[in-house]
Design a protein around this ligand. Structure first.
Ligand code: GLU
Length: 401
């Protein structure tokens, strides 16, 4: 058969026609491409710990390969990992112990969030998304054919939403809400009282609560409240977590959802037709991360202390910059700054100029539905973080005139 030289146009299906590429991932890809061209880019875009995965976890992965963990596993994950997750989660829950049957392990918390949205929401449903929020929440809800309803956070409370703000955006079609504390992109942490008010409202309205707790271990003011400590019941609650951020295991791709049994079964069925099980080797490495608690605590404490040192340094730099508003980060590893000036310009123009003129990559706030802002990730070596924030402050001063 002869090959034709013309190719036919591709029209994306309605399933994805509206989708934009993930901006957080696109910024890192752009920084990598510029580095490959020999430019000295400082990448403060990626929300990815710059530490190596702790050695005891790497060794567990190597042992798993040698022991033959190279086959399919149960779609929902290997039983010891599900049991370890159930037991750690139960420790925060006052009710009957959570069982392995309520845990589905996936290829990253991103997949678990998608599974949850796709399983719970559909056409005609509205889902409240505290804004700013991580870019993928909005798209996951849309992929589920539901409507994402951004609820703007209160500027006087670190851009966090309150029960009253959520209530004001609710309609008869509201089916659920997303929660994320510590928050990506702001680093804000919800207090127990703030969360309790929101959970009570959700309970009263019979809304699903999807609580993304992936940054829970990275907090600078003690352990942040988990919805599990506070929720009146669990029958509308999905808790999503993973090993990526706290254990520096982004590339291993292991996350999970803890949900009522019927929801877990539905998410397992969905996953059985999409990715099946998460990588077997990675599951064994994650099992070591969760069960060798002494080694894990030592590693996490060290990484969080370093993040906190960087957080302090970043805040010092920002406080020296008059007029540049930011959210005080109490957790995660992000700084959120409002870079629009009275003379105009927005986060997109600012991020482009910062990359072009100073070779520093940050994520424009448009990705998080707040275009006047930019997100700086301080999951990068401290001297790079300081240099990056200084350059940002200088650029802002030149924009603000
Ligand atoms: N969640 C991280 C971020 O916000 C990693 C990239 C992604 O999955 O979005 O940068």
């Amino acid at each position: 058969m002869t090959e034709t030289t013309t190719s036919r146009a591709f029209t994306p299906s309605a399933n994805v026609a509206f989708l934009k590429e993930s901006a957080t991932i696109a910024v890192s890809a752009r920084a990598r491409a510029l580095k490959a061209q020999g430019r000295k880019v400082i990448d403060l875009g990626a929300g990815e710990p710059d530490f190596d995965t702790p050695e005891f976890i790497r060794r567990a992965g190597q042992r798993a390969i040698d022991a033959g963990a190279t086959k399919y596993t149960a779609t929902e994950g290997i039983m010891p990992l599900r049991e370890a997750i159930a037991s750690q989660t139960s420790a925060r829950w006052k009710g009957a112990p959570i069982t392995a049957g309520e845990v589905v392990v996936s290829s990253g918390s991103k997949q678990s969030l998608f599974n949850a949205c796709f399983t719970l929401f559909g056409e005609g449903d509205e889902v409240l998304i505290p804004t700013p929020s991580w870019t993928s929440y909005y798209e996951m809800v849309a992929l589920s054919r539901a409507t994402a309803v951004p609820v703007m956070g209160d500027a006087t409370r670190g851009l966090k939403v309150t029960a009253a703000l959520l209530e004001a955006s609710a309609t008869a079609r509201t089916r659920g809400l997303m929660l994320n504390s510590p928050c990506n992109p702001t680093g804000a942490v919800y207090s127990a009282d703030e969360l309790r008010d929101i959970l009570d409202l959700a309970d009263e309205r019979d809304w699903w609560v999807l609580s993304d707790e992936i940054y829970r271990r990275i907090s600078y003011t003690g352990p942040p409240a988990s919805v599990l400590d506070l929720a009146p019941r669990r029958d509308r609650l999905i808790v999503i977590d993973g090993v990526a951020k706290a254990y520096a295991m982004t590339g291993w791709r292991i996350g999970w959802a803890v949900s009522p049994k019927a929801v877990s079964a539905a998410m397992g069925a969905l996953q059985s037709h999409t990715t099946s099980n998460a990588a077997a080797v990675s599951q064994h490495a994650a099992l070591a991360a969760l069960t060798d608690t002494a080694a894990a605590e030592t590693a996490i404490t060290k990484m969080v202390a370093e993040f906190q040192g960087r957080r302090d340094a970043v805040v010092r730099e920002m406080r020296a910059a008059p007029g540049l508003e930011f959210v005080f980060p109490e957790g995660a590893f992000y700084l959120y700054a409002r870079v629009a000036t009275p003379r105009g310009g927005d986060g997109t123009a600012f991020a482009a100029a910062l990359l072009e003129q100073r070779e520093i990559a940050v994520v424009p706030g448009a990705a998080f539905f707040t275009p006047d802002w930019v997100r700086v990730s301080y999951a990068a070596p401290r001297e790079q973080v300081i240099a990056g924030v200084r350059a940002m402050v200088e650029l802002y001063a030149s924009f603000a005139g």
